[in-house]
Design a protein around this ligand. Structure first.
Ligand SMILES: NC(=O)c1ccc[n+]([C@@H]2O[C@H](COP(=O)([O-])OP(=O)(O)OC[C@H]3O[C@@H](n4cnc5c(N)ncnc54)[C@H](OP(=O)(O)O)[C@@H]3O)[C@@H](O)[C@H]2O)c1
Length: 337
């Protein structure tokens, strides 16, 4: 079957935050379904902070080369299958890219979507890789105990919001940090954070953390690094755990930015500071999804979507994300369900 495929192609390396001119839009015919593969009509594709690293000229754990379709996670419907484990009509999540049709191998698909359990966009967020990132960092790495205090940066975002909700459901006191009053209120009122610090209006973040965590911080789930992390470190308790999940506030690692040194904190407070890469925990994804789905079913896991309409909106999406203007899980809607 001849399918016209609109795609967003990477035109060049990005220096810093990827701007619109890093991408071009093209139309071509989608390729045939490969042996052992599938063709997926993509409904929603994700926009993720990690993409900045994939588009950078610097060495990174993953890269998308010039001339390739922009890589992304997504959700869609299989329209043709030559893989025994998948059938046309299956709704799936997987590596789909910023395009209308993903012609991929079965190994690029992650899991089947059950719309009876949750709406399709949740499977690209709280029940997808964002949720599993939060779950892996919190449940497998942070050693949480009821009554402990956890501080979370990007608290109103896709990953940070799930960390906060998991913490609340596990009996911890969750303190969030986010940019803007509207996001702070959302994190407190909908996601259940006990307190949320708005770094755009709070003048003295250190004092705000001290007020919110008078007895110190047991777990720091950090998605930003940079100045916000600098403000949290002095309040970590002896034996505290730091999960480094993202570094959104650092615009470039070349050259490495300078800042306060933390070796003495690590030593004197016997900190555990661990880097998180979600795919290291793939063997545990089924357990993670089970916990997340049951929290969702119990009404204890919320997500709000920030949806951009059409692939034409994709090239500017990362600028919006890094301006902190996304209100919830940032997704590109590519076709109707
Ligand atoms: N390690 C892994 O395997 C893995 C996997 C997935 C995601 N992540 C990381 O998780 C973090 C959150 O990702 P997400 O998809 O949930 O995105 P998100 O939080 O929904 O959106 C990104 C947020 O980053 C914050 N931000 C952007 N620029 C900033 C800056 N200069 N200073 C401070 N904050 C800034 C903004 O939130 P605020 O206004 O709240 O600051 C923005 O809304 C990212 O760092 C991402 O790289 C890691």
């Amino acid at each position: 079957m001849n399918r016209t495929n609109k795609q967003v192609i990477v035109a060049k390396r990005a220096s810093g935050i990827p701007t619109e001119d890093v991408f071009t839009l093209t139309n071509s015919a989608a390729g045939p379904c490969p042996d052992g593969g599938v063709v997926v009509r993509v409904h929603y594709a994700t926009v993720d902070p990690g993409m900045r690293g994939w588009l950078s000229a610097q060495k990174n754990y993953m890269t998308v080369p010039d001339g390739a379709v922009m890589r992304s996670h997504g959700v869609g419907e299989i329209v043709e299958s030559r893989a025994i484990e998948w059938e046309a009509g299956d709704l799936v999540a997987g590596w789909m890219g910023w395009q209308q049709f993903a012609v991929v191998q079965a190994s690029d698909l992650l899991w089947k979507i059950d719309q009876d359990l949750a709406p399709i966009t949740a499977w690209a967020g709280i029940l997808g890789l964002n949720g599993l990132t939060a779950w892996a960092g919190f449940r497998l790495m942070a050693d949480p105990h009821p009554g402990e205090v956890i501080v979370v940066t990007t608290a109103a975002g896709a990953v940070g919001g799930v960390v906060g909700q998991l913490a609340v459901a596990s009996g911890l006191r969750a303190v969030g940090i986010t940019g803007g009053l509207e996001k702070a209120l959302y994190a407190e009122q909908v996601l259940g954070f006990a307190e949320v610090i708005d770094y755009q209006s709070d003048k003295d973040i250190g004092q705000a953390i001290s007020n919110a965590c008078p007895n110190g911080v047991d777990i720091f789930f950090d998605n930003t690094g940079g100045p916000l992390a600098d403000d949290v470190f002095p309040f970590l308790k002896v034996g505290a755990r730091v999960i480094q999940c993202g570094t959104s506030s650092i615009s470039s690692w070349s050259p490495t930015p300078s800042g306060p040194r933390r070796e003495r904190d690590v030593l004197a407070k016997r900190l555990t500071w661990r880097g998180l890469l979600v795919f290291d925990h793939a063997a545990q994804f089924a357990a993670g999804r089970e916990e997340l789905v049951s929290l969702f079913a119990a009404g204890r896991l919320a997500q709000r979507d920030h949806i951009l309409e059409g692939l034409e909106a994709a090239p500017a999406a990362l600028s919006l994300l890094f301006a902190g203007k996304n209100k919830g899980r940032l997704l590109i809607k590519i076709s109707e369900l």
